[in-house]
Design a binder for this molecule. Structure first.
Ligand SMILES: Cc1ncc(COP(=O)(O)O)c(C=O)c1O
Length: 374
């Protein structure tokens, strides 16, 4: 058998990792400013994470959702307190797409409507409804194409109200800061209007925080920069620092009933141990303050780079938009300078998604390498 060949691969084979670094099989060290696609939140192989997972594996690794699991309760309470979202209920899943799939489904159950509004350049995952609300025709198979979805320009309040007025919209789904699309985001006024209009027309507002959440923007959730309260929030990536886990935070006005949702793997013992250890470290090591401090340093250090047009994003979810495509620059960074960075649908944008505990001193060589490579 061979692997189904869907990923274009860099010729690098990481075999070990620690903090903000990975090593290949020849012992070459790489600075990881990509975090395995915004997944590594508390750093590779954090001792507390390793301890919690090892301890859990020796106790019980998995049992289904048919029995009591006190780890789920501990995780839910901690997440509510640290995120400032105590007024929500949590449904645990295993990935970002699954979180969005369930969020869209919960909204549809709630108001018995089906059309969804999403936005240009959005990415919400690859399961049926999640891919249908994603703005990329190339990844929508015919079987996914029949979901009623309307994709609107971001920040266009008039277009939004025109659609909501029609009365058939179940939910609006939006990334607080776009990830795969290229770090564009709604203005604070747009987010405020979006909240108001959704309430007015009885439409549920879903904030996709799969990439921007978990402290990456400097606040626990990126929507918290705009002082709004979504009906549903979705999370994944940084939640388990690499262990697959996701979640749907569901407003208290939405009632659960037995059998409404379900999953075999979501919220299993190992996944919960990983997610609890991430929250412990985020809090104990004050990582959101570190995100803001490192981000401020970095933005100031790169602002005069040759060809730089715009700095996008917030915290440690940063996009550097240049006057030309960055494919070659990323290759130079990885093969010559041994630094991982990210790309996006916007080919001129370099995406920086380091672990949230990266230090300023660790970013200094990257700034030097950028100056040299440009
Ligand atoms: C904003 C956003 N939503 C959803 C997803 C899908 O997550 P997953 O790949 O875990 O299904 C991603 C993944 O990149 C994402 O960036």
């Amino acid at each position: 058998m061979k692997l189904f060949d869907v990923y274009p691969l860099y010729n690098v084979t990481p075999v070990k990792a620690e903090g903000s670094y990975v090593w290949d099989e020849k012992g070459q060290k790489y600075l990881d400013l990509y975090g395995g696609h915004a997944v590594i939140s508390i750093g590779h192989k954090h001792p507390h994470y390793v301890h919690k997972l090892t301890e859990q594996l020796h106790a019980i690794g998995f049992y289904s959702n048919a029995v009591q699991n006190p780890l789920q309760v501990e995780l839910t309470e901690k997440l509510g307190r640290i995120s400032g979202c105590e007024d929500y209920n949590l449904f645990l899943v295993s990935s970002g797409a699954e979180a969005n799939e369930n969020a869209l489904k919960v909204a549809s159950f709630y108001n018995q409507k089906s059309r969804v509004i999403s936005f240009n350049s959005s990415f919400h995952g690859r399961t049926s409804a999640a891919v249908a609300v994603t703005d990329n025709k190339k990844i929508i198979a015919p079987i996914n194409a029949h979901n009623p979805v309307t994709i609107l320009p971001l920040n266009d309040v008039v277009a939004l109200e025109t659609e909501l007025k029609k009365g058939d919209v179940s939910s609006v789904i939006v990334e607080a800061i776009q990830g795969v699309g290229g770090l564009d985001e709604g203005t604070p006024e747009f987010f405020k209007q979006l909240e108001t209009l959704c309430k007015h027309y009885g439409v549920l507002l879903i904030l996709d925080e799969v990439q921007s959440g978990y402290g990456r923007s400097g606040k626990f959730f990126a929507f918290q920069h705009h002082n709004i309260q979504p009906d549903i929030i979705t999370i994944a990536k940084g939640m388990g620092n690499g262990f697959p886990i996701g979640g749907v935070l569901i407003g208290k006005h939405i009632q659960a009933y037995h059998g409404m949702l379900g999953t075999t793997f979501g919220g299993n013992h190992l996944a919960c141990a990983a997610a609890i250890s991430v929250l412990d470290v985020l809090e104990e090591e004050n990582l959101m303050a570190n995100v803001t401090a490192v981000s401020d340093y970095f933005v100031a250090a790169v602002k005069d780079l040759k060809g730089l047009q715009k700095i996008k994003g917030k915290g440690l979810m940063i996009g550097l938009e240049f006057d030309k495509e960055v494919g070659e620059l990323r290759k130079k960074l990885i093969y010559d300078e041994h630094i991982f960075t990210g790309g996006s649908m916007n080919k001129k944008l370099l995406r920086i998604l380091p672990p949230l505990n990266v230090r300023i001193a660790e970013l200094e060589p990257f700034v030097k390498a950028l100056k040299k490579s440009l």
